[in-house]
Design a protein around this ligand. Structure first.
Ligand SMILES: Cc1cc2nc3c(=O)[nH]c(=O)nc-3n(C[C@H](O)[C@H](O)[C@H](O)COP(=O)(O)OP(=O)(O)OC[C@H]3O[C@@H](n4cnc5c(N)ncnc54)[C@H](O)[C@@H]3O)c2cc1C
Length: 510
């Protein structure tokens, strides 16, 4: 039997990412329709505003112009994350901060980690890259003349989540022929094999499709509620479970940081994401260790306003993932499939990759689905496990002991076997590419190096030959020269965006 009609349930970022991926991968297929069904009553979560560079590849693949993304979604550039207060205060730590930039930790392609380890007490690991100092100077990652989706500094975006969803939707509908239906679903019917046969709407209609992509957010309507695919709970590894989110207008004359701020506090951390005209600020915390009122006070203190002047949205977070993401004739993507708290902006990244994986492995012949499902389920579970590890790393290697939350995270962390093994290995040998044996380790040696040594993880230094020391120093020197050259060439982030937006507006008026 051939699949002729695919339904995507949910019109959030996940739903429209899935629609674009499927429509692009299946564009040559005849007599196949893709329909996004979205409830007019149930809104989208609307908080996914930070991304990682992989999103550029997907947007290009969908045929979305970078200019439109920049002009219509209050978009700013993101060259990485600045982590503040993730360690106990210490005299030698300037601002008690470190960067995880979207950059290579190998200057000139060479692994200089051994040199850093020998000088760890007096050196910042992030000196292996030019990006942190350019970020501190709030430079744009692109030259004015840079081509779309390119720049001398690797980058992702911050954007308004609602507007980003609308851009994806417009592209899917207008360029890729995806259909759009407004309906609130209340149930679904299954056939004898247990496959979903049709969806039931609030107004009593039955909507028949051959395949269903569940992007219904935390509701997980089909995979979770109807098919009862078990949830792999990860709350023992990641202790944060709540967030308070607000939007704060910004003075448009001020410079825009080209990075996300992730600032730790006594029971979690807060994000500060700059868009062109506002900031998205969110206080992530463990409700077992902080009351909502204490979280509100912390949020207000960061924003610099009285707590009673803020009306943040409270968002409970369920940390974990569904044991299978593909079951019967249903695939779940986005929050319906899994979630780890927003540190490192993993959610849109995993959704994007899982959507692409599914679209590439999708077979219109139902007979071809079981094998694809078995393979994809293995891949996605592995991906989630390693993403959880990477997020937990930020907590478990800290030297903070100033609250029960930090003591639990650092003295009694519940680590996966893989992370425990890796951390033990890395006490004696710095991480290397070969420690990460799967391409589904979405965060690999490059990311781990910046976080581990940004947080001063202690690895025994190895001996170096005189020649190695010379080569390493020379490569690091070249980075400083390149950094100075770029600092002279790249203009301010705000200036770049203002100039671009003014030119874009003018072009629209011609
Ligand atoms: C606090 C927080 C901060 C985050 N920050 C980031 C970040 O910085 N970066 C990042 O990558 N990700 C982040 N995320 C995750 C990000 O928000 C999501 O990955 C992204 O928004 C995708 O959500 P979604 O489309 O799965 O769900 P939603 O946006 O919730 O969309 C669900 C859709 O399903 C529809 N729906 C639900 N029930 C029904 C029904 N009965 N009938 C019909 N339709 C229905 C709704 O109408 C809606 O269209 C964050 C998440 C949280 C909780």
């Amino acid at each position: 039997m051939r699949v002729k009609k695919i339904a995507i349930i949910g019109g959030g970022t996940a739903g429209w990412l899935a629609a674009n991926h499927l429509a692009v991968e299946l564009r040559a297929e005849q007599d196949l329709s893709i329909t996004v069904i979205e409830s007019p009553e149930i809104g989208i979560i609307g908080v996914g505003e930070g991304t990682v560079p992989h999103i550029r590849k997907s947007l290009q693949k969908f045929g979305i112009s970078e200019a439109e993304l920049l002009a219509t979604c209050d978009t700013t550039f993101k060259v990485g994350i600045k982590f503040i207060d993730w360690m106990a205060p210490a005299a030698q730590r300037v601002d008690n901060a470190y960067y995880h930039p979207f950059a290579s930790p190998y200057p000139g392609g060479i692994d200089t980690t051994a040199l850093y380890l020998q000088q760890a007490a007096s050196t910042d690991f992030s000196a292996v890259s030019e990006v942190p100092s350019l970020a501190d100077a709030m430079r744009s990652p692109k030259w004015i003349s840079s081509a779309a989706y390119e720049g001398p500094v690797n980058y992702a975006y911050h954007f308004n989540a609602v507007k980003f969803g609308q851009l994806l939707a417009k592209n899917a509908r207008e360029k890729l022929g995806v259909q759009h239906l407004q309906a609130t679903l209340v149930d679904a019917q299954r056939n004898e094999q247990g496959d979903i046969e049709c969806l039931l709407t609030q107004s009593g209609e039955k909507l028949h499709f051959d395949f269903y992509v569940d992007c219904s957010g935390f509701h997980s309507l089909l995979l979770g509620r109807l098919l009862q695919v078990p949830f792999v709970d990860k709350s023992h590894q990641i202790l944060t479970d709540s967030a308070l989110a607000v939007q704060i207008p910004t003075d448009t004359r001020l410079e825009i940081p080209p990075y996300t701020v992730a600032k730790a506090h006594s029971a979690g951390w807060l994000w500060d994401i700059p868009l062109t005209h506002r900031r998205g600020v969110g206080f992530v915390y463990a409700s077992a260790h902080l009351t909502e009122n204490q979280a509100l006070q912390g949020l207000a203190a960061h924003v610099g306003v009285p707590a009673d002047s803020l009306s943040p949205r409270k968002i409970p977070m369920k940390i974990g993932y569904r044991e299978k993401f593909w079951c019967k004739n249903v695939v779940a993507l986005g929050l319906a499939q899994g979630f780890v708290e927003p540190l490192e902006a993993t959610s849109i990244f995993v959704t994007d990759l899982a959507a692409e994986l599914f679209a590439r492995n999708f077979s219109r012949e139902k007979a071809g689905m079981a094998a694809a499902a078995a393979y994809c389920n293995k891949v996605v579970s592995y991906t989630w496990e390693r993403v959880m590890d990477f997020v937990q790393l930020h907590y478990c290697i800290s030297d903070r002991r100033d609250s029960e939350f930090w003591r639990l995270n650092t003295e009694r962390p519940q680590l996966s076997e893989v992370l425990a093994e890796r951390l033990e290995m890395w006490r004696f040998n710095a991480p290397k590419k070969s420690d990460f044996f799967s391409r589904f380790d979405l965060f690999d040696v490059e990311n781990f190096l910046f976080v581990l040594y940004g947080m001063k993880y202690e690895t025994a230094p190895r001996a170096m030959t005189m020649n190695e020391v010379q080569v390493f120093k020379s490569e690091l020197q070249k980075i400083r020269i390149h950094e100075q050259r770029l600092a002279g060439e790249l203009i301010g982030h705000r200036e770049w965006l203002d100039g671009f937006n003014a030119a874009y507006l003018q072009m629209q008026q011609v």
